[in-house]
Design a protein around this ligand. Structure first.
Ligand SMILES: Cc1cc2nc3c(=O)[nH]c(=O)nc-3n(C[C@H](O)[C@H](O)[C@H](O)COP(=O)(O)OP(=O)(O)OC[C@H]3O[C@@H](n4cnc5c(N)ncnc54)[C@H](O)[C@@H]3O)c2cc1C
Length: 482
């Protein structure tokens, strides 16, 4: 039991607060925004894809970073438990294509209301407009020079060596107030969509406990392609196509589905999945934290403001390029396609290539396809050479673009990287470096593909942290009695 402070009223923090209060703990939930769940509100385009109905064993294949770390928390509070929780709290759910679960109302606000109702029912103190700026702690094994209570945002403390084991005693608010507790659950999110409140302010602070932070990178994010032809196709959505993203000969990601050409490159569900792999393995832009715990763009990582298309500063270039191949006709083999084209060219005789293209490619691609394939649009189709026909087939089966980076965190659905999970107990979400310090949600170095998996991570890790924080291990209880 005892007193628990949860920092951050996102999905992970709210679920942690509910789980802890369910166990009888006295819980305070502190949120810097004026309301709970600002990011949750915009999830799933306002509909909130809150989990995925696939079997739990399958869930882990949708997790990009550290799936094993999630075994315990996800099996303890899986998609069935999540669905039960929301339906019991007045939010009816439905399952759509690819097992994605949404509220029947299609309103994310109903997901938030269900959480808020339960928080209220359980007597959780919700304090909004309350920004936490530090953690209060004491050394479990004082080595003499540590004061019994520290504000870790203190500059002197930052210089101290980190070999001490700590026990967290509460939080320091931005207004200087101190709140004491037996445990603190940090659920302050990643750094994506910082406008929603998750601006990464806690990562640097945690390094003063000895925690390492795995490089923060945008994931589930549009990809940048600096190619005039790509830009000219902006607005064009392709369906039922397949892609391969390669680094040299190495396949980074492949998939089937939809993509959208934009003014800076490409976006869409298929690209989000590819971006997670690209970001993790080959770059994406990374961000560091400056002296004031604010996130700064890491210029050493080749952040490129060079604004090639003259429109904004959000194009981030990693310096690691990758090759994207789009197969516009995945159901047809190259040889069959060529035979079909030969037949059609014969039937269409003198028709100019530019007038024939509509039979080959969709909308805005028609204007750029001759340039991409290197074919004179004014040439009659029956005059095209064998090489030109093969270039057409090659581009239909693998239109090539060079990916030069990802878009910024402002457009990233999630953050890859975060608190190193090797330093966190996977059963309890408790820090291995500081007693009474727990983590939940996106701030951990775990991330998944789209489909409701990231919110499932937030619910599961939040639940595990809440339960464990409310039931301190015997060892800690006895230490407390000393
Ligand atoms: C546009 C968009 C759509 C998405 N759609 C989906 C979807 O449909 N399905 C899905 O599974 N996932 C989706 N996601 C991802 C999902 O929203 C996140 O993974 C999830 O919100 C992470 O939850 P969290 O509680 O860890 O962090 P957050 O939701 O980021 O919450 C963290 C909270 O902590 C607060 N906070 C931060 N610092 C402090 C501080 N110092 N003091 C007090 N409070 C603080 C913040 O204000 C914030 O409210 C989407 C994300 C975006 C951006």
């Amino acid at each position: 039991m005892g007193k628990i402070i949860v920092i951050g009223a996102g999905p992970a923090g709210m679920m942690a607060a509910i789980a802890a209060s369910e166990k009888g703990a006295d819980v305070s939930l502190l949120e810097s925004n004026e309301k709970a769940g600002k990011k949750l509100f915009i999830t799933g385009k306002g509909r909130c894809n809150l989990t995925n109905d696939c079997p739990t064993d399958e869930f882990f294949s949708h997790v990009v970073s550290n799936p094993k770390f999630l075994f315990s928390s996800v099996y303890s509070f899986d998609h069935d438990e999540v669905k039960k929780f929301f339906e019991e709290n007045g939010c009816q759910l439905k399952t759509e294509r690819a097992e994605r679960v949404f509220p029947v109302s299609d309103k994310s606000a109903d997901v938030i209301s269900a959480l808020e109702r339960k928080l209220k029912k359980n007597g959780v103190k919700f304090i909004k407009n309350c920004r936490v700026s530090g953690l209060l702690r004491e050394a479990v094994r004082p080595d003499g020079d540590l004061p019994s209570e520290l504000d870790v945002s203190d500059k002197m403390e930052k210089k101290k060596k980190l070999q001490y084991k700590y026990r967290v005693k509460g939080v320091l608010l931005e207004n200087g107030e101190k709140l004491y507790s037996d445990a603190v659950i940090v659920a302050t999110g990643g750094v994506s969509y910082p406008v929603t409140g998750s601006d990464g302010n806690f990562f640097r602070l945690l390094t003063t406990f000895g925690h390492s932070i795995k490089t923060l990178r945008p994931a589930l994010v549009p990809l940048v392609i600096k190619d005039e032809n790509c830009r000219k196709m902006q607005g064009l959505a392709l369906k039922n196509i397949s892609i391969e993203l390669k680094y040299g000969k190495k396949l980074i990601s492949k998939g089937f589905g939809e993509l959208l050409f934009t003014h800076f490159g490409i976006s869409g569900p298929l690209i989000f999945t590819a971006s997670s792999e690209y970001s993790r393995k080959y770059g994406g832009v990374s961000r560091m934290l400056d002296e004031n715990n604010a996130i700064k763009k890491d210029h050493s990582k080749k952040f490129d403001k060079s604004n090639d298309f003259g429109h904004n500063e959000n194009v981030c270039v990693s310096g690691e390029t990758a090759d994207l191949y789009i197969d516009l006709k995945p159901a047809v083999k190259a040889e069959e396609l060529e035979k079909r084209i030969i037949r059609e060219f014969e039937a269409n005789g003198n028709k100019l290539f530019k007038n024939y293209i509509a039979a080959l490619v969709p909308g805005k691609m028609r204007d750029v396809f001759p340039d991409i394939a290197g074919i004179d649009p004014e040439k009659p189709v029956n005059k095209l050479t064998r090489e030109e026909r093969q270039a057409i087939v090659r581009n239909l089966k693998g239109m090539h673009f060079v990916v030069s980076g990802t878009r910024d965190f402002n457009e990233a659905i999630i953050t890859s990287g975060g608190v190193n999970v090797k330093e966190v107990d996977p059963h309890t979400m408790e820090s291995k470096l500081a007693k009474g310090l727990f983590f939940a949600g996106e701030m951990l170095d775990v991330d998944a593909y789209t489909g409701g998996f990231n919110l499932q991570i937030a619910w599961s890790t939040g639940h595990a942290a809440g339960v464990a924080a409310a039931e301190p291990p015997a060892e800690l209880s006895s230490e407390n009695n000393n």
